[in-house]
Design a protein around this ligand. Structure first.
Ligand code: CMP
Length: 481
C-alpha cells in the first residue's frame, strides 16, 4: 500500500516537473508574445509586464524547487534509512524540506526581483511579525518543544510511556510537529501536545531495556514465607514473556491485617505486553499455591478455610481416586483393599497448561497417574524438545526413576490443565510385597519406554535381556527377593 502510494507520488511529481519545465521554456522563449498578451488583456494596469512575467517565472521555478526538495529529501532520508535501519522522524524530515525550500525560494526571488530589498521587507514588517507570532504562539511552542524532544531523544517510536497527571500510558506511534501520538492498551489514540509534554513528567520504558513489573499477592499467616517465596519465584520464572536474564524477586511488603503481603518483581522481554503477562503471572501463582497447599488471605479466611479442608477430606474424593487407580492397567491385578490403600497414599496435584510436572535429570522417588487432562513426555535433542509420547487420563509416568533409582529420563509437561495423582516409594513397596508379578510387567513397560526414548537412529525392539536386567534392578532397589 505504502509502496504503491510513493510510486504514485513519484509519477505525479515527474509529470508536474515536465509540465512546469515546458511552461518555463515557453515563458523564457516567447516573452515578447507574452507581453503582447498582457497588453491585450489590459493586465498592465495591475503591474508592469516585466513584473508579471517575473511573477509567473517565480511561481513556476517555485514549483520546480518544491519538486527538487522532495526528490532531495527522498534521497537523503532513503540513505538514512539504509544506514540506520529506521525512518528519520517526521519532524526532522519536515524541517529539512522547509529550510531547503525557503533558501531556494529566496534565491529564486532575489534572482527574479533583483530590485526588491528583502532586508527591508523583513525589518519593516514588524507589526505583521507580531500578529503572526501571536497567532502562531501555540503552534510555534509545539514546534520548538518537538525539536527539543527530537534532539534529546528521551524516547522513541515503540517505547511505552506514561505522560502527565492524567497518566496516559501507551506505545509511542509517532512524534510530529504538533504532538506525540500514543496508542493506549485499550487501542485508543491519545495526542499529547509537544509543549504540554515538555512541561509534564514522562515515565519512559524503552523498548530495548529490561523493564520490570510488580505483581502483588498475599498468604495466610500460617503459610511459611520461605515456601511461598520459593514456590512463586519458580512458578513465575517459567511464564511466557518473563525474561530469563534476571530471576524474579519475591519479597514481603507488609504484615497485613488478613495475612502476609508480598510483591513479585519480574522483568519482561516485551514490555508492551505487560497486561497479559501480569495476568499470566497471577494465574501461575494461583496454580502454584494450589499444588503447594498455600492459601490466599482474605478477611473471612478462618471460616472458609475450615470448610474447604473439610470438603477435601470427603470420602467421595477417595472413591474417585480409587476408581481412577483401578482403571490403570498395571494396577488391575490389585485387590480392592490394595487399591484403596494406594488411593489413600496418593497426593493430588494440579498443573496449568505448559507447566513442567517432572524434569529430566532430577532425582525422583514417586510415580504419577494422570487423573484428568493430558501430558506430553519429551526429551531434549540438540537443544530442541522431541515429543516421545502423549499420556491421557489413566496413563502413568515417572515409574522409571521410582523403580530403578536412576534420575528422571524425560521432561513431562502438562498440555492442558492437568491433575495428577502422586504415589510414593513406600506405598509401591507395600504393593510389590503382595504382588510380585507386578514387577515383571512393569520391567517390560520400562524397557519398551526406554526404546521410545532412544534416538531414531538407534531404535531396536525391547529385548527380553534388557527387560530381565530392569527386573533385577527393580528387585534390588526395592529389596525384593
Ligand atoms: P521417569 O524417567 O521417572 O521420568 C520421565 C518419565 O517419562 C519416565 O519415567 C516415564 O514414565 C515417561 N516416559 C519415558 N519414555 C517414555 C515413552 N517412550 N513413552 C511413554 N512414557 C515415557
Amino acid at each position: 500500500m505504502k509502496r504503491r502510494q510513493s510510486k504514485n507520488t513519484l509519477i505525479i511529481s515527474f509529470a508536474t516537473a515536465v509540465v512546469v519545465l515546458l511552461a518555463l521554456y515557453l515563458t523564457f522563449n516567447f516573452e515578447a508574445d507574452l507581453t503582447g498578451l498582457i497588453f491585450r488583456f489590459q493586465l498592465d494596469k495591475i503591474a508592469t509586464p516585466a513584473k508579471i512575467i517575473a511573477g509567473i517565472k517565480l511561481v513556476l521555478l517555485g514549483i520546480l524547487a518544491y519538486n527538487f526538495v522532495r526528490a532531495l529529501g527522498f534521497l537523503v532520508f532513503g540513505m538514512f534509512r539504509l544506514r540506520k535501519g529506521f525512518d528519520a522522524p517526521t519532524l526532522v524530515r519536515n524541517v529539512f524540506s522547509i529550510v531547503v525550500f525557503s533558501l531556494l525560494f529566496l534565491l529564486i526571488f532575489s534572482f527574479e526581483f533583483p530590485d526588491a530589498n528583502l532586508g527591508a521587507l523583513f525589518t519593516t514588517s514588524a507589526i505583521f511579525g507580531v500578529i503572526l507570532g501571536l497567532a502562531l504562539q501555540d503552534t510555534l511552542g509545539n514546534f520548538f518543544a518537538g525539536i527539543s524532544l527530537q534532539a534529546d531523544r528521551p524516547f522513541q517510536v515503540g517505547d511505552v510511556i506514561t505522560v502527565g497527571a492524567q497518566r496516559h500510558t501507551g506505545v509511542v506511534e509517532e512524534i510530529t510537529w504538533r504532538a506525540i501520538k500514543i496508542r493506549t492498551f485499550q487501542n485508543h489514540v491519545v495526542l499529547i501536545n509537544n509543549s504540554s509534554a515538555a512541561k509534564e513528567p514522562i515515565e519512559v520504558c524503552p523498548r530495548d531495556n529490561l523493564n520490570a513489573r510488580l505483581v502483588f499477592f498475599n498468604t495466610l499467616y500460617t503459610d511459611s514465607p520461605a515456601k511461598a517465596i520459593h514456590v512463586v519465584r519458580e512458578a513465575v520464572r517459567e511464564a511466557d514473556n518473563v525474561s530469563n536474564r534476571i530471576t524474579p524477586i519475591v519479597r514481603i511488603r507488609n504484615l497485613g491485617e488478613s495475612g502476609i503481603d508480598y510483591e513479585c518483581k519480574y522483568w519482561l522481554d516485551d514490555y508492551a505486553k505487560y497486561n497479559d503477562t501480569d495476568a499470566l503471572v497471577r494465574q501461575r501463582i494461583w496454580y502454584a499455591f494450589r499444588r503447594a497447599g498455600l492459601n490466599f488471605a482474605f478477611p473471612t479466611r478462618s471460616l472458609l478455610v475450615e470448610r474447604k479442608q473439610a470438603a477435601e477430606k470427603r470420602p467421595s474424593d477417595g472413591g474417585a481416586i480409587a476408581e481412577r487407580l483401578s482403571a490403570v492397567d498395571i494396577f488391575a491385578p490389585l485387590s480392592v483393599e490394595e487399591t484403596g490403600m494406594l488411593a489413600h497414599a496418593a497426593v493430588r496435584h494440579i498443573f496449568a497448561q505448559g507447566e513442567t510436572v517432572i524434569r529430566a535429570g532430577e532425582p525422583g522417588s514417586s510415580m504419577f497417574v494422570v487423573h484428568s487432562g493430558r501430558v506430553r513426555v519429551q526429551v531434549n535433542e540438540n537443544g530442541r524438545p522431541r515429543a516421545v509420547a502423549t499420556l491421557n487420563e489413566g496413563d502413568f509416568f515417572g515409574e522409571m526413576a521410582l523403580f530403578t533409582g536412576e534420575p528422571r529420563t524425560a521432561n513431562v509437561v502438562a498440555l492442558e490443565e492437568t491433575e495428577v495423582l502422586e504415589i510414593g516409594h513406600a506405598a509401591m513397596k507395600r504393593v510389590f510385597d503382595t504382588n510380585p508379578d507386578l514387577v515383571e510387567s512393569l520391567s517390560f513397560i520400562i524397557s519398551e519406554r526406554r526404546q521410545g526414548l532412544a534416538t531414531q537412529a538407534d531404535t531396536s525392539s525391547a529385548t527380553e535381556d534388557e527387560s530381565a536386567g530392569i527386573l533385577s534392578a527393580i528387585k534390588r532397589f526395592f529389596g525384593l527377593s
